[in-house]
Ligand binder design. Structure first.
Ligand SMILES: CC(C)[C@H](C(=O)O)[C@@H](O)C(=O)O
Ligand code: SF4
Length: 478
């Protein structure tokens, strides 16, 4: 008799490999391979363990850094550079917890390798194909780009993983976002991410793991795939994932925590099986033609409030859903904008290039390319233009390539790595009424500072807005 195997999605394949047991109600005990840790969501978990007299089940699963609270200037002042007492305490508590408990790798504040956990993690080879990866941070979805199941968890779950190396969870449904065709020059992974969210909405992916597939995804670099998976959570999906291909394997090669020699060969053999099987069943399929995607910019206070740069802000009366209509009206008030405004007529006064969405080297290269090509200084209406590399390594590579000088000479500030102005948890904040072109992933009310306004876009778009003083169609620059 011929053996028949059930075709599986990539997500189901990795999930099933990690299930310890499944209860009748579908709750599974899932084994966790990699635990990423940062200063904001780990302190209580470590404290919980201590109080219970427990040890870490496998401290070598932990890779950690301090990123949210850390300043991006004044590093010469050492720990004193952290002026906020709570932030200061969180950062030294992380130091203490990791010294006491041990880990696979730790990049403390002020160290050369420090960076946003979701930028530094893949660079270190901490995330390998086929792994289950968690972190007390919603943008853990980023690591699905490495063909891993990666998702954010809460602080009590962080403690559970530390104590048991497992997590109680239910299998998500499978969604396939199939993107075929070619992205036009000047259109990036970020535009694709915003286009997907614009299409399915911020709740479109709720309950799903989204696999991104199709020729346009194969064309994306690993960095581009990370940008896309990073924003899966903004589409409501806790987890985004991309199958292994040659780019994935090439990316892993020689990374500090990647396997070597015989183990590498073994690993690669397994990694090559990490794709959805022919005929695997997806609960939902969305198809997108990459060649139709135009650079995108958000106009409102949710990532789904997004339009192409060639368009204008929408009219609430055309929104059929009454809840959304009210949301739009509120967003207009908050953003200080009118319906029907051409996107190219929006003038930010601040620029933020960085974050775990777009703080990678190819992002800085794209931004620097635009700055150099336009050949001018930051526009007079821009009072603050920050470039914040996502990690120490990104900063080093950028400096070797002279990107820092391109930015500095044009009037940008070149900062140390960290979450920075992505969220108002450190000294990099906007003031009331400020309007920012930002390469981050969230444009919620107050996200970058009390009563500040955020327009999400690609690094090329943010760089162009810095120089021209307003949003422009960056396709013309490339
Ligand atoms: C602070 C952290 C828990 C939070 C997250 O979970 O994503 C932050 O990184 C964010 O981007 O809002
Ligand atoms: S860069 Fe922003 S989105 Fe990413 S982890 Fe930091 S705060 Fe969260």
């Amino acid at each position: 008799m011929q053996e028949t195997t059930n075709p599986k999605t990539l997500y189901d394949k990795i999930f099933d490999e990690h299930v310890v047991r499944t209860e009748k109600d579908g709750t599974s005990t899932l084994y966790i391979d990699r635990h990423l840790v940062h200063e904001v969501t780990s302190a209580q978990a470590f404290e919980g363990l201590r109080l219970a007299g427990r040890k870490l089940w496998r401290n070598t699963s932990i890779v950690a850094t301090a990123d949210h609270n850390t300043p991006t200037t004044g590093w010469e002042k050492g720990m004193d550079g952290i002026t906020d007492p709570i932030a200061h305490l969180q950062v030294i508590t992380l130091d203490k917890n990791l010294a006491e408990n041990g880990c696979a790798a730790y990049f403390p504040f002020l160290s050369r390798g420090q960076g946003v956990i979701h930028v530094m993690g893949p660079e270190e080879g901490a995330i390998l194909p086929g792994m289950t990866v968690v972190c007390g941070d919603s943008h853990t979805s980023t690591h699905g780009a490495c063909a891993a199941i990666a998702f954010g968890i809460g602080t009590s779950e962080v403690e559970h993983v530390m104590a048991t190396q497992t997590l109680l969870t239910k299998k998500m449904k499978n969604m396939l976002v199939k993107v075929d065709g070619k992205l036009k020059t000047g259109v990036f992974g970020k535009d694709l991410a915003l286009a997907v969210i614009g299409k399915i909405g911020t709740a479109g992916g709720t309950g799903y793991a989204i696999e991104f597939a199709g020729s346009a995804i194969r064309e994306l670099s690993m960095e581009g795939r990370m940008t896309l998976c990073n924003m899966a959570i903004e589409a409501g999906a806790r987890c985004g994932i991309v199958a292994v291909d040659e780019k994935t394997i090439e990316y892993m090669k020689g990374r500090p925590l990647a396997p070597e020699g015989k183990q590498w060969e073994h690993a690669v053999e397994y990694w090559k099986t990490l794709h959805s099987d022919e005929g695997a069943n997806f609960d939902t399929v969305i198809e997108i033609n990459a060649s139709e995607i135009v650079p995108m910019v958000t106009w409102g206070t949710s990532p789904e409030m997004v339009v192409p740069i060639t368009g204008s802000t929408p009219f609430p009366e055309n929104q059929p859903d009454p809840v959304k209509r009210e949301g739009w009206k509120r967003a207009y008030k908050y953003m200080g904008l009118e319906p029907g405004t051409q996107m190219t007529e929006i003038y930010p006064n601040s620029i933020f290039i960085g974050s775990c969405t777009n703080g990678r080297i190819e992002d800085l290269r794209a931004a620097a390319y635009v700055v150099k090509k336009l050949g001018k200084k930051v526009a007079p209406n821009i009072k603050l233009a920050l470039v914040v590399p996502g990690s120490g390594l990104v900063r080093e590579i950028a400096e070797k390539e002279g990107l820092d000088q391109i930015f500095i000479q044009a009037g940008f500030e070149w900062r140390r790595p960290g979450c920075s102005m992505c969220l108002a948890m450190n000294a990099d904040k906007l003031s009331e009424g400020d309007r920012c072109a930002s390469t981050s992933n969230r444009n919620f009310e107050g996200r970058q500072g009390n009563k500040s306004r955020t327009h999400l876009c690609s690094p090329a778009m943010a760089a162009a807005a810095a120089i021209e003083g307003h949003f422009v169609d960056v396709r013309k620059i490339f």
